[in-house]
Design a protein around this ligand. Structure first.
Ligand code: D41
Length: 665
C-alpha cells in the first residue's frame, strides 16, 4: 500500500476508535493497540512531513507558545443563563412560559450544569478551525491550540455535516483529574488550584498549549451557534443527538422531561448523584425542547427566555478552625480570615473562610481551635455558618483584630458605624500597594495578562514598581532579571503591558481603584462625563445627582481627584500612552436613544407602528425599514417573519413588545 494511502487508513481508523472511546463510551480495541496505531501514524508522518494535515490525530500538540491570545468576535453572541435559586423561582419561570406559549404542559431537556468554561468551536468543512472562550459573550479569546489538545473534541467531524458549524459547550476538568493535577503541582512546588473550575480556566488560558496538553480537560456540547444549513431537527434533544452523530461529546445525563414536575424530579435525581458524578456541577439547566417554542419566547437582554439554570443549594461541612489571619485589602480594609483544617465541601477542598469583620466574629462567638461548619455556595468565598459549641475544648482562644497593620504597622482604625477596620497606612502600606496594583492589572480593569499576583509581589519587593504608572516604565532587563523569568516570559509581559494601553475610559476609571467605584459605577461615570477633565471638575453635589451614585461614592470620587499624588499618577499614565476611544454621549438629557437605529416588524398590540415610530424619534432614535449591520434593535411584534430571522443572524438585539414599552418608559 502507498504511504499516503496507509496514512489515510490509519487516520480513519484512529478517528473511529476515538469516536467509540470518547463519544460512545464503548472502546473497540485495548489501549495498547490504539497506541500502536498512533505510533505507526506518527512514524509515517515524520518520514513524510508534507503529508501532515491540520486535522491529523497527531496534531493535538506541538504548537509554539503564543505571546498573547488574539480576540475572536462571536458571529452569534454567546448568551448567559438566568438562574433559579429555589423552587418558587422555578415555578415562576414555568408559569411565564405557559402563559407566553398558551401551553399547559411544556417539554424540556434537563441537563447537568457543568462547572467549567463556556467555549465555542467552529468547524469549517468538518475541520476544527477556531475555538474561542465565551469572554463577555460578544468577544472571546482564541484558544484553538489549547482546545485541540482536549482529547474528546474531534478535530474532524463525522458523517454528513454542514459546511459551517459552531458548537457551544463547556470545557471542564473531571474531579479525578483535578486531584491528580494538584498532587503533581504540589510535588513540583508549583501553584495548586482551589477547585476544578479554576484549574480548567487556568489550563485553557495557557499560552503554551504543550502545558494544556498535560491537563485533563474534557468537553461536552450543549448548543449550536452559527450553522450553514437550515434543516436542523426541530427539537433541542434531537439537535444534541445530531451533534453526537457528528462526533461531538454530550453529557450522558441529559434527559427529556415533561412539565415542571419532570424538571423537579430530574433535579432531585441529579442532586442525589452529585457526589458520585465524575465532574463538578453547580445545578441543572432546563431548556424548552421545541425550537419553535424557543423562537416564540426569544430573549431578555443577554439570556434566552426559554432556558434556566436551577442552582443547587450551598454545601456544608464541619472542620477545625486552626488560626485566624488578617488580610489587608486595596483600600486598607482589614479582613479576618479563618485558616481551616482542609475539608472537602461538595468536592472542593476548602482551607480558608472569610470571617468578614470583628462584629461577625463576636456575634458568632468564633474562636481559634473551635470546630465550625463551613459553607460553600457557587464561586463565592467560603463562610463559617456557626460554631459547634458542644465540641468546644478548653484550648479555644478568642480573637481580637490587631491594632496595628500587620503589613506596615500603621494604626488600624474603625470608623464609627462602619463594620470594617482599616489600616491608615495608605500608600506606605505594602499590602495596600500590592492589592491596588493587582486590581489595576485585573481582567475587568486594564487586563494585563501575565502580570499575575506572584510577579507583582516580586516587582514590589524588588522596588521596581510602586504605583500603576511604574508598570509602564518596566524594561526587559528589569523583568528578565527576576527569578523564574526568562527572556520569553519578559517579552510576553511587555507585550501584554503594551496591549493594555488601548482601553476604555470606563475600564481606566475602574482600574484607578477609587473606593466605592466598581465596574458599573465606572461605566456610569464614563458615559456621563465622557472625559477625565470633566470628571475631575465634578462637585460632590453634581455627582450625587446621578442615579446610583450615593453621598459616600461622591465624596470618595472628589477626594480622589484632590490628591496630587493621584493626579501625578494619572498624568504619567497618559504620558505612557494609555488611550481610549472618545465617548459619544448618548445619555444626554432626553435624547437617550440618539445614535441608535431601530427596525419595527410584526404586529404591535398596544400601539400602532406610527405611534411606536414617533416615540422612538422623540428619544433621538432613527427608525429604518430594513435590517442591516447598522441596526441596533429590532422590535418584534406578533407574527414577525423574515426580519426577525435576519436580525438573529446578524446578532441584533431583539425586543419583544413588552420590553420595548419598558424601554420607552
Ligand atoms: O452545563 C452548562 N454549564 C451549560 C451552560 C449548559 N448545560 N447549557 C447552557 N446553555 C446555554 C444556552 C441556553 C444559552 C445556549 C449553558 C450556557 N448557555 C452558558 N454557559 C455559560 C454561559 C452560558
Amino acid at each position: 500500500m502507498s504511504i499516503p494511502k496507509k496514512i489515510q487508513q490509519l487516520r480513519v481508523s484512529i478517528n473511529e476508535h476515538n469516536y467509540h472511546y470518547y463519544i460512545l463510551d464503548d472502546p473497540k480495541i485495548p489501549d495498547s493497540e490504539y497506541d500502536g496505531l498512533m505510533k505507526e501514524l506518527l512514524e509515517l508522518e515524520i518520514k513524510s512531513p508534507e503529508l501532515i494535515t491540520v486535522d491529523s490525530p497527531t496534531q493535538r500538540v506541538g504548537a509554539d507558545p503564543l505571546s498573547i491570545f488574539t480576540e475572536v468576535t462571536h458571529t452569534i453572541p454567546m448568551l448567559s443563563l438566568s438562574n433559579a435559586f429555589d423552587e418558587q423561582e422555578l415555578h415562576d419561570f414555568a408559569k411565564r412560559l405557559q402563559e407566553n406559549l398558551s401551553a399547559a404542559i411544556i417539554e424540556y431537556v434537563a441537563e447537568p450544569k457543568l462547572d467549567g468554561l463556556a467555549v465555542s468551536l467552529r468547524y469549517e468543512n468538518g475541520i476544527l478551525v477556531t475555538a474561542a472562550t465565551r469572554g463577555n459573550g460578544y468577544c472571546g479569546e482564541n484558544v484553538t491550540q489549547n482546545v485541540k489538545t482536549i482529547n474528546n473534541i474531534p478535530l474532524r467531524l463525522r458523517g454528513k455535516y454542514p459546511e459551517i458549524l459552531e458548537v457551544r459547550g463547556e470545557v471542564f476538568m473531571p474531579k479525578a483529574g483535578f486531584i491528580k493535577l494538584n498532587q503533581q503541582q504540589e510535588a513540583k512546588d508549583a501553584k495548586t488550584f482551589a477547585n476544578p473550575r479554576n484549574a480548567a480556566a487556568g489550563s485553557l488560558r495557557q499560552l503554551d498549549s504543550n502545558i494544556t496538553a498535560t491537563r485533563p480537560l474534557t468537553f461536552y456540547s450543549y448548543a449550536i451557534g452559527t450553522v450553514s444549513e437550515i434543516n436542523l431537527p426541530d427539537t433541542h434533544s434531537e439537535i444534541l443527538q445530531q451533534l453526537q452523530q457528528w462526533g461531538l461529546p454530550i453529557a450522558k445525563q441529559n434527559q427529556v422531561v415533561t412539565g415542571i414536575n419532570g424538571c423537579l424530579q430530574y433535579y432531585q435525581q441529579i442532586l442525589s448523584q452529585r457526589n458520585a458524578l465524575p465532574f463538578e456541577i453547580d445545578g441543572v439547566v432546563y431548556k424548552v425542547n421545541n425550537i419553535e417554542q424557543q423562537e416564540i419566547l426569544g430573549f431578555i437582554s443577554k439570556a434566552p427566555r426559554w432556558a434556566i439554570a436551577h442552582k443547587f443549594p450551598a454545601q456544608e461541612a464541619s472542620t477545625k478552625l486552626l488560626d485566624i489571619e488578617v488580610q489587608v485589602g486595596r483600600t486598607g480594609a482589614i479582613t479576618p480570615v479563618a485558616k481551616l483544617a482542609p475539608v472537602n465541601v461538595g468536592g472542593v477542598t476548602v482551607s480558608h473562610a472569610t470571617l468578614h469583620n470583628q462584629d461577625e466574629i463576636d456575634r458568632k462567638d468564633i474562636r481559634i481551635n473551635d470546630t465550625v461548619i463551613v459553607r460553600r455556595a457557587g464561586d463565592v468565598i467560603p463562610e463559617i455558618v456557626k460554631v459547634l459549641i458542644e465540641k468546644r475544648s478548653s484550648d479555644s482562644q478568642s480573637f481580637i483584630l490587631p491594632e496595628q497593620c500587620p503589613a506596615c504597622n500603621s494604626d488600624v482604625v474603625r470608623v464609627k458605624e462602619e463594620a470594617v477596620a482599616r489600616c491608615t497606612g495608605g500608600l506606605i502600606c505594602p499590602a495596600q500597594r500590592q492589592q491596588a496594583l493587582q486590581h489595576f492589572v485585573s481582567r475587568q480593569a486594564m487586563d494585563i495578562d501575565g502580570l499575575g499576583k506572584q510577579l507583582i509581589v516580586q516587582l514590589v519587593t524588588n522596588n521596581l514598581i510602586n504605583n500603576p504608572a511604574d508598570i509602564y516604565s518596566l524594561t526587559h532587563k528589569q523583568l528578565a532579571g527576576l527569578e523564574r523569568m526568562g527572556d520569553k516570559s519578559a517579552d510576553n509581559v511587555l507585550l501584554a503591558i503594551e496591549k493594555s494601553k488601548t482601553t476604555t475610559f470606563a475600564r481606566f476609571l475602574y482600574a484607578l481603584g477609587i473606593r466605592e467605584v466598581g465596574e458599573s459605577t465606572a461605566n456610569i461615570l464614563a458615559n456621563k462625563f465622557t472625559n477625565l477633565d470633566k470628571l475631575n471638575q465634578a462637585t460632590e453635589h453634581e455627582l450625587q445627582q446621578i442615579m446610583d451614585i450615593g453621598p459616600v461614592a461622591a465624596k470618595n470620587i472628589v477626594n480622589f481627584f484632590q490628591q496630587t499624588n493621584n493626579i501625578n499618577v494619572i498624568e504619567r499614565l497618559q504620558i505612557a500612552g494609555i488611550n481610549w476611544p472618545e465617548i459619544v454621549n448618548i445619555l444626554q438629557d432626553e435624547q437617550i436613544l440618539a445614535g441608535k437605529t431601530f427596525v419595527l416588524t410584526g404586529t404591535l398590540l398596544q400601539m400602532s407602528r406610527n405611534e411606536a415610530k414617533s416615540s422612538l424619534q422623540k428619544l433621538g432614535a432613527k427608525v429604518s425599514n430594513n435590517i442591516s449591520k447598522k441596526t441596533d434593535f429590532l422590535v418584534a411584534g406578533e407574527n414577525a417573519g423574515s426580519k426577525l430571522e435576519k436580525a438573529r443572524n446578524l446578532a441584533i438585539i431583539i425586543l419583544a413588545e413588552a420590553e420595548f414599552i419598558e424601554m420607552l418608559k
